[in-house]
Design a protein around this ligand. Sequence first.
Ligand code: ADP
Ligand code: MG
Length: 403
Amino acid sequence: MLTTIDSLGSLSGRRVIVRCDLNVPLSDGVITDDGRIRAALGTLNELIHAGARVVVISHLGRPAGVPDTQFSLAPVAQRLSELLGKPVVFASDTVGTAAASAVANLGDGDIALLENLRFNAGETSKSKDERAGFAKRLAELGDSFVSDGFGVVHRDQASVVELAEILPHAAGRLIESELQILEQLTTKPEKPYTVVLGGSKVSDKLGVIEHLLPQVDSLLIGGGMMFTFLAAQGNAVGASLLEADQLDVVRGYLDEAERLGVQIVLPTDVVVASGFAADAQHDVKSVESMEDTPWGSTGIGLDIGPATSANFASIIEKSRTVFWNGPMGVFEFPTFANGTRAIAEALTRVDGLSVVGGGDSAAAVRTLGFSDSSFGHISTGGGASLEFLEGKRLPGLEVLGWQ
Ligand code: ADP
Ligand code: MG
């Protein structure tokens, strides 16, 4: 049973540390999608109204365990303050004197955000002792702990696991609602059930396929990982993303899918570009002729082609349950956003449950102008939701009593 906020008793006047996932995309210090901050508001407002002294902690990006200004949470503090409609005190360190004094000065119903957790090597250390050491210093700043960073519950990290081992703890409302939706996907999803995978974390996501195959009717593959599949089928993929050491593994998935009667649907055409740039020259090519362009083997596939988009869309629209993780192409460049847009559009037409998961996937649908309400659910966690669907044990949920 997941321990929830209700079990923490009266929080008035108490210091409550809240682990959020405020890892938003930034471009030159400007937040390009504030979805993860908005997703945190429910829990934070509830705690504020309960009179708690709220201490928010989060990571941003992947700094190397030391302070690095490009990964500062300062812009997030400002946006959080705007969205809450009240001041958010920003502490320029996580467990140092700035954090201690920010917390000491909080009144009931006040809120502070501490600087990036990952400016401290203990947060992501491989050593449990080092993580516990850092968690102990964090724990000095609070009386209770609310874990609400769904995007990190699959991580063995100090602010996710060890902190919960020290302080009285509970899951926040975001984690509760994410789990409610994901459970619908794992317990008797309405069929046909389609999973769409893309994005750039190829090796991370290839492993998911093995676990998903027995559960789904169709698996659609786009984004960076499509090239490992296309290469496994003997196609030349130029300079596109390719995990050469995974070719045999991928061939194994294709065989396994056939045995199970599941269709793995691969692109039939690709948008090949002269280079990795917003203004690169580009051409739509069949998957057999990706190197048949003026750029030859230096051409790079940056999106699925229009025929593939149409095929994927028609499979998605006929499904009753759809889970999508990973953009179909480099949507950050408008020229290569068409595949991602077509898939997003198809999801909005699903008669049943449609779920978008993943930081970049969520950012993609919002920057392409879709409203959150067009989908059944937009999950704040990509890796976390995939691992949940795989049936893996998630350390950040186990520590909260989830089984
Ligand atoms: P999510 O955060 O939703 O889980 P990922 O982090 O795995 O997704 O991947 C998102 C990134 O994948 C985007 O920044 C996008 O530009 C990139 N991407 C998609 N298709 C390709 C491709 N063909 N080549 C390179 N990068 C790609
Ligand atoms: Mg991502």
